[in-house]
Design a protein. Structure first.
Lengths: 108, 380
């Protein structure tokens, strides 16, 4: 059985939507990235508790005309790339505190 | 600014997004700097709840780079609560502080919150000079200690060196201190009027000869010949360009909720206590007026040889009486850099001089060849 992959946004980044792209700055302003609309969907859905295959199924395959296997391959590659830059966390277990999604902490 | 950040700023401009903002959390301060433009009394600062509300509105409006400044930000007892909240909203946070209240614990907390940079005001490497400017004995040593704490946490520290008559000879020493501490260094030779319009502190501004010396110091300007070269006359693109980002992609909110285009541009556009941040950003008549201004609309500057290269601050021009007029402090910097007087300086000299049959031009040998872009020149 294939192991699940869980992804979570790093709490150390700064991020904002600008037009249709997500602007992400990693630790202390050292690197700036822009995510295209597909990567933005993946990144926004990376809540630490939803497995990557579910994100791909629900958020990517439902919105783009792409085969599930192909989308999964691309998503894994993208997640790995984002993790290398420290803007996404990857684990085989659900990712909880301290990687609780930041937006959840900022409710009034 | 990186190429990508520049591209994002340009995109924000096209989209009408307030890409960067500064909030002064307080005007209270634990230093009493001789050149400070603020009234340090508390006239009713925004509460924690009001600031959090503002942060949510700013996040929704698209603000990405958020600077917390003051006054001294660490005087607010809720500072870390506000900072945590802002980071949870994924702002890129920059701080401006004198750092006197930063110890190991505060530095570690700033690291945990992934603050992008901390800018610290340092006036001299000599305690007797720095402390005389801040009017707090021991303040230089405490700020240096703080820089060490912050650097030991791997944080980015920028030493900001405002130059004035009191410390004009010390910028080399401050730069060396920054190198020693592993901090970045930035220098600003402009003293600005007080926010209430009082201009007496402008007497602290470094004079022409000091500026000339500074602008020819290759440690700061790189190739001095290139830096001080006569400017090319403004072309059509320059004349259609924006004066600066104030009100276009940047804005400022005071501790009392007043919304200005920039911290140096005290044109009230609304108050976030009474209106939504985004409503002010989109609908303020004052901001619309600021946004309508192009170089070609500026009285004097549009015909000035320095038009395309001048560091003209629209806020300083506003405080001088006309947001479409010149900023004399910047005219003086352009003059110190190139030896070529601006249209504004020539007009001032003309006005100050008693009527004569033949007027004497400032540095005529240079002006004769290089001011081809200027009209209304006296006595050419």
């Amino acid at each position: 059985m294939t192991k699940k992959m869980y992804v979570a946004r790093s709490p150390r980044i700064a991020a904002r939507m600008l037009g249709e792209e997500m602007l992400v700055m990693s630790g202390q302003g050292s690197t700036l990235f822009t995510l295209n609309p597909t990567a933005t969907i993946l990144w926004q859905a990376a809540d630490g508790s939803t497995p990557l295959d579910e994100i791909v199924e629900r958020r990517i395959c439902s919105e783009f005309e792409v085969k599930r296997e192909e989308a999964m391959r691309d998503a894994e590659a993208l997640a790995g790339d984002l993790a290398k830059h420290g803007i996404l966390l990857i684990s085989e277990q659900p990712i909880t505190n301290p990687q609780t999604p930041l937006q959840e902490q900022a409710k009034p | 600014m990186s190429a990508l950040m520049q591209e994002m700023s340009e995109r924000a401009l096209r989209l009408g997004v307030p890409f960067s903002a500064q909030i002064d959390l307080t005007y209270r301060c634990n230093e009493q700097c001789v050149h400070c433009y603020l009234d340090h009394d508390d006239h009713g600062e925004m509460t924690t709840v009001e600031i959090k509300h503002l942060l949510r509105e700013m996040s929704e409006a698209g603000v990405f780079i958020l600077t917390f400044s003051g006054g001294e930000i660490f005087l607010r007892k809720d500072f870390f609560e506000i900072l945590e909240y802002a980071r949870a909203l994924t702002f890129c946070i920059k701080l401006k502080t004198n750092a006197v209240l930063i110890r190991e614990a505060q530095a570690a907390r700033l690291r945990d919150l992934s603050v992008a940079s901390i800018q610290i005001s340092i006036y001299s490497h000599r305690p007797e000079v720095h402390d005389a400017i801040t009017k707090v004995k021991g303040s230089l040593q405490r700020s240096i200690n703080a820089i060490r704490f912050l650097k030991s946490q791997g944080l980015k520290v920028i030493m900001a060196n405002v130059l004035m008559t009191e410390n004009m000879q010390d910028y080399g020493g401050v730069r060396a201190l920054a190198d020693e501490l592993g901090a970045e260094y930035t220098l600003d030779p402009t003293i600005t009027p007080k926010m209430d319009g009082d201009r007496t502190i402008l007497d602290l501004n470094a004079g022409q000869s000091a500026l000339q010396e500074l602008f020819r110091d290759e440690m700061f300007v790189g190739n001095a010949e290139q830096f001080c070269a006569p400017p090319p006359p403004p072309d059509a693109d320059s004349l259609a360009s924006l004066p600066c980002s104030a009100g276009h992609t940047a804005c400022y909110v005071s501790p009392y909720g007043e919304f200005y285009p920039c911290v140096q541009f005290p044109l009230s556009c609304g108050n976030v206590r009474h209106e939504r941040f985004l409503d002010i950003w989109r609908n303020s008549e004052q901001l619309k007026e600021v946004r309508a201004i192009r170089l070609k609309d500026l009285s004097g500057c549009s015909e000035c040889a320095h038009g395309a290269t001048c560091t003209r601050c629209p806020g300083l021009a506003f405080m001088e009486g006309n947001m479409r007029g010149p900023s004399t402090a910047d005219c003086e910097k352009s003059f110190a850099r190139t030896g070529i007087p601006s249209v504004n300086l020539l007009a001032k000299k003309d006005k100050a001089s008693p009527p004569r049959l033949v007027q004497i031009q400032i540095v005529p040998a240079i002006v004769g060849n290089r001011l081809s872009g200027i009209v209304n020149q006296p006595a050419l």
